[in-house]
Design a protein around this ligand. Structure first.
Ligand code: PBG
Length: 340
């Protein structure tokens, strides 16, 4: 913004407002609140299972019963929503587990909605966890070349979205990056009577090394190749805006930028350009790097985490997906009412 300061009121002593904690808090422009955090959780079959993810200290693969416990604790902390990822018992080349009525995420959502009806459940829609090859779409081989078939993937994504809505998901969040998937999913949801279920699109999702630890957590690393034919190149900001525009035209209600910390310029531009509810996904390596450096005693975990998340809010994110949501709730205390 271009502000011309009125001549009679020069702000000559900015330090006046920095003198005490109370004053600093009073004039804080941006606040980090627990009510704006979304906690990602991983579910796999079993009972009483909390299997640690070694590359993400403090993150677990939970069995459904344990996941409900974790989600209740998060809800008591003031966290309003969870984002669910499933690790199926079996993977195949049609990602059957993604849209099975008894799929691991579907079962878990039914349980969550029964036991914790007020907690918002956001269901990630993607095929990579359910495909034997680990790609987010259908793989076809033609003339000796392997490619991800865009339009053949849309039907499977739509089935997954409808089946997650039938299980009781409050929000459907496609993360696959196929072209046209928001339109396809919106039409499928509407056709099945779920006109009221919002779509949170991972609209600007970049091909990123910051996803490394997640692929251990979700057991979803691609078995060959990489995701650069569908996820975006880090060099392209204009393209990110076009991706967001397309998803909004196709019916997305909220949009996500992912990763967060290395893409704050994108968060800012998406928020300023479109003004829609904008979500920043602080991804796995953003979390793990802080944990690892803190374990070595090189950084202060609490300050570093809060400062990073506050930067996402300042960049324009309304909501933040973060594995540190419960840590943050603990640090902010009192249901997150206090600003940082
Ligand atoms: C893919 C998906 C990914 C993440 C969530 N869903 C990335 C990927 O494997 O390409 C990454 C999240 C994280 O790193 O925390 N469906």
């Amino acid at each position: 913004m271009n502000v011309t300061l009125p001549a009679p009121f020069p702000i000559s002593r900015p330090r006046r407002l920095r003198q005490s904690e109370a004053l600093r808090r009073l004039v804080a422009e941006t606040r980090l609140e627990v009510g704006r955090l979304i906690l990602p959780l991983f579910v796999r079959s079993g009972r009483k299972l909390r299997r640690p993810v070694s590359s993400m200290p403090g993150v677990f693969q939970h069995s459904p019963d344990e996941l409900v416990r974790e989600a209740s604790a998060a809800f008591r902390d003031g966290i309003p929503a969870v984002l669910l990822f499933g690790i199926p018992d079996r993977k195949d080349e049609r990602a059957s587990g993604a849209y099975a009525r008894t799929g691991i995420v579907q079962q878990t959502i039914r349980r969550l909605k029964r036991e914790l009806p007020e907690l918002l459940v956001i269901a990630d829609v993607c095929l990579c966890e359910y495909m034997s090859h680990g790609h987010c779409g259908v793989v076809v081989k033609s003339r000796g070349k392997v490619r991800i078939a865009n339009d053949r993937t849309l039907g499977l994504l739509s089935r997954a979205a409808v089946s997650l809505a039938e299980a009781g998901a409050d929000v459907i969040a496609p993360s696959d990056m196929m072209d046209g998937r928001v339109r396809a999913i919106r039409a499928a949801l509407d056709g099945a009577g779920f006109e009221e279920i919002p779509v949170l699109s991972y609209a600007a999702k970049f091909a990123s090394a910051f996803y490394g630890p997640f692929r251990e957590a979700a057991e979803s690393a691609p078995q060959f190749g990489d995701r650069r034919s569908y996820q975006m190149a880090g060099s392209n900001a204009e393209e990110a805006l076009r991706e967001v525009a397309l998803d909004l035209q196709e019916g997305a209600d909220m949009v996500m930028v992912k990763p967060a910390l290395a893409y704050l310029d994108i968060v800012r531009r998406v928020k300023e350009t479109f003004g829609y509810p904008t979500v920043a996904y602080s991804v796995s390596a953003e979390y793990s790097m802080i944990k690892a450096a803190a374990e070595k005693g090189w950084v202060d975990e609490r300050s570093l985490t809060l400062e990073s998340l506050l930067a996402m809010r300042r960049a324009g994110a309304d909501l933040i997906v973060t594995y540190a949501a419960r840590d943050v709730a603990g640090w902010l205390g009192d249901r997150g009412a206090r600003p940082v």
